[in-house]
Design a protein around this ligand. Sequence first.
Ligand code: IPM
Ligand code: MG
Length: 373
Amino acid sequence: MARTAGSNRKVLVLPGDGIGPEIMRQVLRVVDFFDRRGIASFAITEGLVGGAAYDADGTPLTDATLSQALASDAVLFGSVGGPKWESLPFELRPERGLLRLRKEMDLFANLRPAVVFDALADASSLKRDLVADLDLMIVRELTGGIYFGDPRGIETLPDGSRRGVNTEVYTEAEIERVVRVACDLARKRRGRVCEVDKANVMESGGLWREVAQQVHDADYPEIELSFMYADNCAMQLVRNPKQFDVIVTSNLFGDILSDCAAMLTGSLGMLPSASLGAADESGRRKALYEPVHGSAPDIAGQDVANPLASILSFSMMLRYSFDLAEEADLVENAVRRALAAGVRTGDILQPNTARVSTRVMGDTILRELERAA
Ligand code: IPM
Ligand code: MG
């Protein structure tokens, strides 16, 4: 493996709330391993986001932290939110910190791979043969749609009753750029893209179909493009998930379908994600890496959370931000071997496996890394 010394890789670490800090601690041990062994080094800065940032500074994301994120090569994100902050006004809620980061960094393409590790095929809620060797990728549009559309809000009508409004809105350009990301990924995979929408009831969904077809015909004729309604896709994901290669869809549908896909892999605690912006002249993309799971306040601080989704998010960072594919494989293989050895956090516990803490799962990954490197 090439030694890539020099810490010109600027990484901002935002552990956030709930289980965020304890799982990020395990990720930082992996970072430290890479550094210690001279494999790859990173210039790490830590910051606050979500409820933690609100408690310290009265806002879920300070302008200073946002500037740091914009100046970084990559952001490693934990999780945000918790009951403590649920009664805050909407704009001050922890989730707004994450949404603002996504928007201001223009991270329009959210890659959520659902990969079933062989050792976990029996931990899925579906039968082994339905999920064994599953490898699908959901590409979720992340900076548009109903999450950000105007008009939005709650208004009081003349009769005193209230009306809540959110708007699904997509421009052709927004659709095109994320469809391109999906097609580029499919080229390196099995060559298939399924565009998911509700074109039967939503005009914006019809536009998604048209644009996807145009992008395909103009630049990706060799890709097999198909279309599916989102409700059918939810059903197909649990009926026969292996029919999919790359799924590309809007912000809201991607949010829902990716939780569903996550569960196919055995646990929400296993799913990493990468959120990418447009490539600049040098080919660099702004990027944020985070587990798909949330802050799990019910188990926070107990040292029982699964750190693997975060560790796998770090491996996505190696692959997509720093072109360190071999190093990413090293991390993924360490996870594979830890699971094969029967080491499990509570969420992926199975008969004849050993239940370990967050920290001991981290120890196990480090031991496997030491063995392989
Ligand atoms: C996700 C989460 C977020 C989302 C929340 C925390 C705002 O569910 O990343 O999937 O809805 O996008
Ligand atoms: Mg979600």
